[in-house]
Unconditional design. Structure first.
Length: 506
């Protein structure tokens, strides 16, 4: 065994020992209070809320922008909508650099400034070019929050509630989307833009008072500040053992400090490789699930059911379903685990898209053949949205803050997030072309096949991180076979009696 491997084994054993002491401390009734963790996570979640307003803005803005004084053409508005995803994708690598350079908190706090500027450009836009620039800037800032917010929450939360707090990101996004739907349905376009501009300002004012994460402060060699921050997050409870666990992990990373390339390809890069494989796979599961297709067809399906609701009210209903389902996920993610929720989500969405495809197939052939069952696809849509919101929506972002070792966390989180946004752009941009080529039924059946592939990925590759500290997760992933050998990895990951990822079957 090499000296480096011996050091890693020694540190891993120390981390496990400290973790055992932490459990004994909690059993003795010294469990820290969690109110401050919820407060910090909710404050950071306002950044996700701001991202939600950017995502949801296009729906209520469509009629105002295309029919208003700017006279934006449908082709131009298509770019106004999709530039968000390109701006978000462009932000991820700068965000990955900044979270490691100036910290998670400072990255989010200062992002509020360009965020407000972007909304100001949209509010006072006198040409379509100002809308383009405003959407790119707000998309860029939203992408920064995708990286920084998930890292921040993942590092401040205790392992017992990390899933719950991590799910707050997706909940705040869907609440932000619903906020724009509601305001857009009942208020003027100017009021909508003004309120969206106010969100990053309110975020900055509240988040200013939150501490930096202890892990980042230890990495920056600020031990006393890290201890004070950890005590604040633990509600004033003594936390020497927990800080020591973090220090051991940090010392191990410093001793094994290498270039970014070596962090993935070296002898000690297995945890990073496995984590990146899992994260990218989950992002693909999310964006190739057909969520944009379902939302695209929602208004059409409501009309087919005989609903007289206007489109602006239809999207409000869709947003409300997503909020309720995401709240449900928040309540059970630390009880059922990531694998169970993600697996059930993929299976239920596959069933929904399969049945929606069948409905559209018969409607495309003879609309009269489905006249009496127009209500049925609405049930399928609601089932799909619930399934997405409890699994494929929140879990990929939650694991972004859990899986990566800190020496690659900024880059790897940025890479996964960028991959997500690029997929979102491609799916949104070319979905119409896909429908033209194979019809709506064929498009939904394609998503069914992709969802089943995603289900297989979850079964074979997604580790269960419920109830494990960030340090324990790294120790767990570091013991795995090399993820570059997918066949060998998938065989070992399901075997027993070895040091494999401990996964509960869903």
């Amino acid at each position: 065994m090499s000296a480096t491997a011996s050091t890693a084994t020694l540190v891993t054993g120390s981390v496990d020992s400290v973790a055992a002491n932490l459990k004994a401390e909690e059993a003795a009734g010294q469990k820290p209070r969690r109110l401050t963790q919820y407060l910090a996570a909710i404050s950071a979640g306002l950044g996700a809320f701001a991202l939600g307003t950017v995502i949801g803005w296009s729906s209520p803005a469509s009629s105002h922008v295309q029919g208003g004084p700017l006279q934006v053409t449908p082709s131009e508005f298509a770019w106004v909508g999709s530039l968000l995803t390109l701006g978000a994708a462009a932000s991820n690598f700068p965000a990955g650099f900044l979270v490691d350079k100036i910290g998670r908190k400072q990255t989010m706090f200062w992002t509020a400034v360009p965020f407000a500027i972007g909304w100001a450009l949209i509010l006072w836009a006198s040409s379509v070019n100002m809308l383009y620039v405003g959407r790119v800037i707000t998309g860029f800032c939203g992408g920064v929050f995708c990286v920084a917010c998930n890292l921040y929450v993942g590092e401040i939360a205790e392992k017992e509630i990390r899933g719950t707090l991590g799910t707050l990101f997706q909940l705040n996004v869907v609440i932000g989307i619903e906020f724009t739907y509601l305001v857009g349905a009942f208020a003027s376009f100017t009021v909508l833009n003004s309120l969206c501009l106010a969100v990053p300002v309110i975020f900055a004012f509240i988040f200013f008072w939150m501490p930096e994460t202890p892990q980042y402060l230890l990495k920056a060699r600020k031990r006393s500040e890290a201890y004070n921050a950890l005590r604040w997050f633990r509600g004033g409870a003594e936390c020497d053992l927990e800080l020591r666990e973090m220090e051991l992990a940090c010392e191990s990373e410093r001793e094994q400090s290498t270039s970014l390339k070596q962090s993935f390809t070296g002898d000690n890069g297995k945890a990073a490789r496995v984590a990146l494989l899992v994260s990218i796979g989950l992002m693909a599961c999310q964006q190739l699930s057909g969520i944009n297709a379902v939302i695209f067809y929602t208004e059409d399906l409501f009309k087919a059911a005989g609903s007289s609701l206007e489109a602006r009210y239809t999207v409000v209903i869709v947003g409300a379903v997503q909020i309720v389902a995401t709240v449900a996920a928040l309540m059970v993610v630390d009880r059922l685990g990531r694998r169970a929720l993600m697996g059930a989500s993929q299976a239920a969405m596959a069933l929904s898209t399969l049945l929606l495809g069948v409905y559209l197939y018969y409607r495309e052939g003879d609309a009269k053949s489905v006249e009496g069952i127009g209500w049925l696809p609405i049930i399928f849509v609601c089932l799909y949205l619930v399934a997405f919101s409890v699994g494929a929506g929140p879990i990929p972002w939650l694991t972004l803050g859990e899986l990566f070792p800190s020496e690659v966390k900024g880059f790897a989180s940025a890479f996964s997030s960028c991959f997500n946004w690029l997929l979102a752009f491609l799916v949104t941009r070319f979905f119409g072309d896909l429908v033209s080529a194979i019809n709506g039924s064929g498009a939904f059946w394609l998503f069914t096949a992709l969802l089943l592939l995603g289900l297989a990925f979850v079964y074979f590759f997604l580790p269960e991180t419920r109830g494990k500290s960030l340090e324990q997760i790294q120790a767990m992933l570091a013991r795995q076979p090399d993820s570059s050998n997918v066949s060998h990895f998938s065989q070992n990951i399901t075997s027993k009696g070895q040091h494999n990822i401990q996964m509960d079957k869903f």
